[in-house]
Design a protein around this ligand. Structure first.
Ligand SMILES: Cc1cc2nc3c(=O)[nH]c(=O)nc-3n(C[C@H](O)[C@H](O)[C@H](O)COP(=O)(O)O)c2cc1C
Length: 390
């Protein structure tokens, strides 16, 4: 069973992440992990924080001589901003520490601030927002890079692109090759495959900047080269579409998920939606008329690309703060403002890639197991032969 966990606060010393259950022998490159961390920090509309943090992963366990050794992989990413927070968020309480706190008593609508403060019984939402912040996703992206390193051994690749920012949409479909090519870009605007649509998306972000507002949007994440047979129809919690949906909606600010063309399909007739089944005798394999299902039927991968989309609400913190109430006085007050992003759709796509990689790697290892990469590969080859002979 592949398990993963993250820890760390937004302005604490560091983020920590562990991934347990990978076979030994998976090649892992620090440069590749760091490239994914860099991708998460890109995109037009990011706030000041991204200028401070140039994330670097330190792999402190589970990898030796560039390969996993079967033990838990542990990764640490230091917060460069910590130097400005040592007195506000010390681990140990000391005399006078109270005066150096940076309390948040005017909870921000759309954040965990108020619900978390009530639940954990704090009169200061600082401890809540420190963990609720999307800074945590840095750790997920680091782990996702390791999961991707496993998947690539089996020809499975993941990429993402932006299909909407605010009300501006990409009005055409994108080929896998176009989306995959975005991963190699050294400059990221809004992560859209179409330059003209991307310019229109930029104008929406500019408008939000001008007016002290924020925008949301939609990303699409695609897994290519996935074999048929991951996930299962047999129990509700084995259905891979459900597991992917949870992983995607767990990303901060993502409020909806689509598997394949779910929204469009819901407004169409069945005859227009289901992916017809054909057989290519020369290649001795089944083919499909389209991929509207997003590569999943009955919670099982069907051999087509797995396609999921995430819908982001606009960023909650506004430069033009919203109405709130002061926790101490209960009087009306404007919500607290801390340096904030205006648009994060491309970054959310990169995080979704990581979550998809982790969930697919989990499902892959459930099916093929193996304590070493060689063993997993033997099991996989045996299954591919079964599929060929089917
Ligand atoms: C990559 C990324 C960066 C984010 N940056 C900010 C930010 O700078 N300011 C902000 O208010 N929300 C930001 N968010 C969204 C909040 O973290 C999120 O809305 C908040 O934690 C409440 O969670 P919820 O929206 O999932 O309910 C970001 C989200 C992502 C995915």
């Amino acid at each position: 069973m592949l398990r993963f966990e993250t820890a760390g606060e937004s302005h604490g010393e560091c983020l920590v992440a562990t991934l347990t259950g990978l076979p030994a022998g998976v090649p892992v490159s620090l440069d590749t992990i760091n490239h994914e961390l860099w991708r998460r920090q890109q995109g037009y509309g990011r706030g000041g924080r991204m200028k401070i943090e140039h994330d670097r992963a330190e792999v402190v366990s589970g990898v030796r001589h560039s390969r996993t050794i079967g033990s838990p992989v542990a990764i640490l990413i230091r917060n460069r901003d910590w130097q400005n927070w040592t007195e506000a968020l010390p681990v140990e309480d000391t005399d006078g520490a109270e005066d150096k706190k940076k309390p948040v008593t005017r909870p921000r609508p759309g954040h965990a601030d108020l619900a978390g403060a009530i639940k954990y019984n704090f009169d200061d939402a600082r401890y809540i927002l420190e963990r609720a912040s999307a800074r945590e996703t840095t750790a997920r992206v680091a782990l996702g890079a390791v999961a991707k390193a496993l998947l690539i051994q089996f020809g499975i690749e993941i990429a993402s692109h932006t299909i909407a920012v605010g009300g501006v949409r990409l009005e055409r479909s994108a080929a896998w090759e176009e989306v995959a090519a975005l991963r190699g870009k050294t400059e990221v605007l809004l992560g859209c495959v179409d330059a003209e649509a991307e310019q229109r998306m930029k104008e929406v972000v500019d408008q939000a900047y001008r007016t002290g507002d924020t925008v949301g949007g939609v990303f699409e994440a695609i897994a290519h080269g996935v074999p048929p047979g991951l996930g299962s129809h047999t129990t509700w919690d084995a259905r891979l579409d459900g597991r992917l949906a949870q992983a995607i909606v767990s990303i901060q600010a993502v409020k909806g998920v689509e598997v394949g063309f779910a929204e469009e399909n819901a407004a169409s007739f069945g005859s227009e939606v289901q992916d017809t089944i054909h057989y290519d005798r020369a290649a001795r394999q089944f083919t499909r008329g389209a991929n509207r299902a997003g590569g999943l039927e009955g919670g099982i991968t069907n051999g087509q690309d797995v396609v999921v989309r995430g819908f982001l609400k606009p960023i909650s913190t506004l430069r033009r703060p919203l109405e709130s109430v002061d926790l101490a006085t209960r009087e009306p007050a404007l919500a607290a403002y801390e340096r904030s992003d205006v648009c994060v759709v491309p970054a959310a796509g990169v995080i979704a890639e990581a979550m998809m990689a982790l969930i697919l790697a989990q499902a892959f290892l459930e099916k093929f197991g193996g304590d070493s990469l060689g063993e997993t590969k033997r099991n996989y080859e045996g299954y591919l032969k079964q599929v060929r002979d089917f």
